[in-house]
Design a protein around this ligand. Structure first.
Ligand SMILES: [Zn+2]
Length: 153
């Protein structure tokens, strides 16, 4: 497990349906990514409306998001399952106070109001285009910037 301490993004996951109709391949269930994609890159079949389950949709949404934000933010695979998706910075940034595994050198970080504010400002400014993508995908009201400690692997 890693423990990240700093500012990160918490996105309320709102796909409540068990399954839904999406464009994809009826043979291998590969989902269409671009609106202009006509054929499955795996087996060549023309994309049609298919029914897929919630987990598959979630994975697809995350995949599309990570492509759009050019992996500037990292989506941990294994994280607390409480109805939210979490994104942490994937670059060296002032938004991150400490992440276990960063360094073998002992450090000490005292956290006060200023520390928290500086981390949040860094996340807002350095990742503004990525935040736009998340707000677009999850809905603006579902994306929040938080300061805290997140454990993941
Ligand atoms: Zn296919």
């Amino acid at each position: 497990m890693y423990t990240y301490v700093g500012a990160y993004l918490k996105c309320k996951y709102s796909f409540k349906e068990e399954s839904r109709e999406v464009f994809g391949c009826s043979k291998c269930e590969k989902l269409r990514i671009g609106k202009d994609d006509k054929f499955c890159s795996k087996c060549g079949i023309e994309f049609t409306q298919i029914k897929v389950n919630k987990t598959k949709i979630k994975k697809q949404v995350q995949y599309v998001i990570c492509e759009k934000i050019k992996d500037k933010l990292y989506y941990p695979d294994y994280v607390v399952d409480n109805g939210f998706d979490y994104y942490v910075p994937n670059l060296l940034t002032k938004a991150r106070l400490v992440c276990s595994g960063d360094s073998y050198n002992p450090t000490s970080h005292e956290i006060n109001q200023e520390t928290i504010l500086n981390c949040i400002i860094a996340l807002t400014t350095e990742f503004s285009s990525s935040i736009d993508v998340l707000e677009n995908e999850y809905g603006k009201e579902n994306v929040s910037l938080v300061f805290g400690a997140l454990s993941y692997s």
